[in-house]
Design a protein around this ligand. Structure first.
Ligand code: PGA
Length: 248
């Protein structure tokens, strides 16, 4: 069984969310996979209402690591949970790049999410420059070590990790199944070193970066690719459904 997750980024209004999900949910009948959607904050309540009674898991795209307080413009884990979320994307490369999120800040967010009953989807990945200069493994090791620092083994098991090479996000340039598999295997072995073999096996590893209906099957067939985190193609109902079918 795969995990197919849609990262909507800054797309869709609450009314578009309602229409989209009311259309999507009936089409998912009989789907064997775990389906997750991550709409923007103002759309969460509309999404929760549209998803009621379905098995689709609702998540947000970020949170603040503090419980509450004077953080104008920020959103807390409790707000997300009360809006119907069970998961949250953390450390997406767009947040690292545009909002200067560090591994340390992401570690605090992961702790808050776990304490609040939200499943973190931690994103890691290298830039094209880093891959070209042979730094991919070092970058990933640093991201994993920093973001998962001092987390207890039993809690880490509740995390999902998405490998998203920055050069493949929104570019139409997908990692080949070989490159993706090789990198996922490296992430799995790093998790084994950090925690244990059983923990490394229990953590689902998603691939993200221009996953589309025509490349999904090959990527999802790789042994260490347990699903996909899909941006652009998750905004098109037919494309998203085709990717879910490719996971069969
Ligand atoms: P993309 O985005 O599928 O549009 O490349 C993936 C992501 O950033 O999660």
């Amino acid at each position: 069984m795969a995990i197919i997750a849609g990262n909507w980024k800054m797309n869709m209004t609450p009314s578009e969310t309602k229409r989209f999900l009311e259309d999507l949910v009936p089409a998912l009948k009989g789907a064997k996979h775990t389906i997750m959607v991550f709409p923007p904050f103002p759309c969460l309540q509309a999404a929760a209402a549209a998803l009621e009674g379905s098995k689709v898991i609702l998540g947000a795209q970020n949170l603040h690591h503090e419980e509450k307080g004077a953080f104008t413009g920020e959103v807390s884990a409790a707000m997300l949970a009360d809006s119907g979320c069970d998961a949250v994307i953390l450390g997406h490369s767009e947040r690292r790049q545009h909002f200067k999120e560090t591994n340390n800040a992401i570690n605090l967010k992961i702790r808050r999410a776990l304490r609040s009953g939200l499943q973190p989807v931690l994103c890691v990945g290298e830039t094209d420059k880093q891959r070209e200069s042979g730094e991919t493994e070092e970058v990933l090791r640093e991201q994993l070590n920093g973001c998962l620092k001092d987390l207890p083994k039993d809690e880490v098991k509740g995390i999902i990790i998405a490998y998203e090479p920055v050069w493949a996000i929104g570019t139409g340039k997908t990692a080949t199944p070989d490159i993706a598999q090789e990198t996922h295997a490296f992430i799995r072995s790093s998790l084994e070193k950090l925690f244990s073999k059983a923990t490394a096996k229990a953590i689902p590893l998603l691939y993200g970066g221009s996953m589309k209906p025509d490349n999904a099957k090959a990527l999802l067939s790789e042994p260490d690719i347990d699903g996909g985190l899909i941006g652009g193609a998750s905004l098109d109902k037919e494309d998203f459904l085709a990717i879910i079918r490719a996971a069969d």
